[in-house]
Write a protein that binds this ligand. Structure first.
Ligand code: NAP
Length: 517
């Protein structure tokens, strides 16, 4: 068996491990093992790749060192609640890596052509262009997503020092580096396009708002220019500086595509960018003829798309609406004062007395639980009730909070046993047997108008049917709307009591009241 056969067999094993990993990641009980299998697959793929060529080991070891350091620091220091930002950033690294590998493969091929070798194949040329466009859109789009979620891009308030360093440092590096590299190309239409694009990218990231006039025109122009430059590059791949012009123009597209999307929709965009990073990697796999990169990239691309689709479906919105539309009240949305005429307020003591006589309690967490970090306090209340023989379960809506699995992650952090978390489809059919449903900082995901009012912006969005429980206790600070910006008639229903408080404080007060009753 030759070296190539051995490499291919190892790649096959790695690919099988990746597929098992994805399968096992779909359940929390098998997720950790799945992750380990995926990491093992990646290790095998790297070893096989390194065995199959001759390399300058200094760069390989330097790369592994820097990458491991960033990975280790991120894993140890980043909080669970900051996961979307981190995932966003890592997608960006994936996109950038694909661009750099494809670009250097292009340069290497055409240096060889100049030295008398044959021209690159059509597959290589088209894949290089695709990798340049998708990788650059992913990198710059992910940076915007990271910046918006970390609240240093497009915000009106004062920034911390580290936020200023990242924001202004990145803009300056892109614009300044772009001008410097452009000048080395000499003054011609190509270098001017490159420099203008770099300055645009740096400049677009500075304003405190995310929408401005002419944005759609710029989006259209950068998309058309990316395709046009891509075609030029396929026709004349020996003009390698064109590749970097392509990357810069696609970068403008990446920034604009992500800039105008609202912070709350960012998780959907991050799932989409994740998919793009996979597609860029797969395209790069075609550039350098590496089977395992094609397989791994396609798996990431497909799974990112599936996740995007699941999230859109759970919000009953199309991807186009998330990317280009807005979510909010319409002319048909009823007036909040009308809806809230019969609201009844309650207190910790009254809720404690209601819970005392309950047999079955369902807790429905939402974004407010995440904001106030109430997961530990809610677990203490649930433990207290269970010690009294009351059955407690958590009803989890797939898009409660602001990222997929947001509630699961927070409750897992508070050591809530996984079998206590019930998915919406499991809990809804039994909602009529729930004595008390506690809605903790959730709003849209329990709004019955999704079922009853076809003209509502959330019409058709699957919800947790807490309104069917015997008593509903809603814990939030005011009657202000949730993400969708519409009133919620649940708050004024006959069987609902409103406990106006910060979620964490409410849970701590409730625990005290329960201990006293
Ligand atoms: P929501 O509809 O945004 O409502 C959250 C509620 O939490 C608000 O009404 C707010 O009311 C309350 N709140 C905020 N801070 C609080 C605190 N400290 N203590 C107590 N309450 C607090 O949230 P949701 O019900 O979880 O629904 C999620 C929404 O986000 C859905 O519309 C979904 O489509 C959207 N979304 C989700 C994802 C995802 O991946 N999960 C992605 C994009 C969009 P007060 O201000 O009165 O306290």
């Amino acid at each position: 068996m030759g070296m190539q056969d051995l490499t291919n067999i190892i790649y096959l094993i790695a690919a099988i491990l990746f597929i098992l990993d994805l399968k096992m990641l779909s359940h929390p009980r098998t997720a950790v093992r799945g992750n380990q299998l995926g990491a093992l697959g990646m290790l095998l793929a790297i070893v096989a790749t390194l065995m199959s060529g001759t390399w300058d080991w200094t760069y390989i070891i330097l790369g592994i060192g820097i990458g491991s350091l960033i990975g280790a620091v991120a894993a140890l220091r980043v909080k669970m609640t900051s996961m979307p930002e981190l995932v966003g950033l890592f997608n960006g690294f994936g996109g950038a890596a694909s661009v750099l590998v494809a670009g250097s493969a292009l340069v290497a091929t055409f240096n060889a052509v100049n030295a008398g070798a044959t021209d690159g194949s059509m597959q290589m040329k088209v894949a290089t262009v695709l990798s340049g466009i998708i990788g650059s859109v992913t990198f710059f789009g992910s940076y915007v997503a990271f910046g918006k979620l970390s609240e240093f891009l497009c915000v009106k308030w004062k920034l911390h020092t580290w936020q200023k360093i990242v924001k202004y440092g990145f803009s300056l590096a892109v614009a300044g580096g772009g001008i410097w590299y452009g000048l080395t190309m000499g003054i011609n239409p190509l270098s001017i396009t490159f420099m203008v694009s770099a300055v645009l990218i740096g400049g677009l990231l500075l304003p405190k708002k995310d929408r401005f006039p002419g944005m759609d025109l710029l989006k259209g122009l950068s998309a058309i220019a990316s395709v046009a430059i891509g075609v030029m590059l396929v026709l004349d791949p020996s003009n390698t500086p064109l590749f970097w012009v392509l990357v810069a123009v696609a970068g403008v597209l990446g920034v604009i595509l992500t800039l105008s999307i609202g912070g709350a929709d960012m998780p959907v965009v991050i799932a989409l960018l994740n998919s793009y990073s996979g597609l860029a990697a797969a395209a790069t796999g075609f550039v350098i003829d590496n089977t395992v990169l094609i397989i791994a990239g396609s798996l990431v691309g497909a799974s990112g798309l599936i996740l995007t689709k699941i999230m859109c479906k759970a919000m009953n919105r199309s991807l186009a609406n998330v990317l280009f539309g807005t979510m909010g009240p319409t002319a048909d949305t009823p007036d909040a004062d009308e809806v809230y005429k019969t609201v009844k307020a309650t207190s910790a003591d009254e809720v404690a007395m209601t819970l005392e006589v309950a047999q079955r309690v369902a807790i429905v967490p939402g974004y407010g639980m995440a904001v106030s970090q109430a997961q530990h306090a809610v677990r203490d209340v649930a433990n207290f009730l269970e010690d009294k023989g009351i059955e407690v379960e958590y009803a989890i809506h797939p898009v409660a909070g602001r990222m997929p699995g947001h509630m699961n992650v927070l409750l897992a952090e508070a050591d809530v046993p996984y079998d206590k978390l019930k998915e919406m489809d499991e809990v809804n059919p039994t909602m009529e047997q729930v004595d008390v449903a506690i809605v903790l900082g959730a709003n849209d995901v329990v709004n019955p108008v999704a079922r009853t009012d076809p003209s509502s912006p959330i019409a058709g969005m699957p919800i947790i049917d807490v309104d069917k429980a015997r008593t509903v206790v809603v814990i939030k600070r005011s009657l202000s709307p949730g993400f969708a910006g519409i009133p919620n008639p649940l708050f004024a229903a006959d069987n609902t009591l409103m406990f106006f408080s910060d979620a964490k404080k409410a849970m701590l007060d409730l625990l005290t009241a329960l201990k006293e009753t």
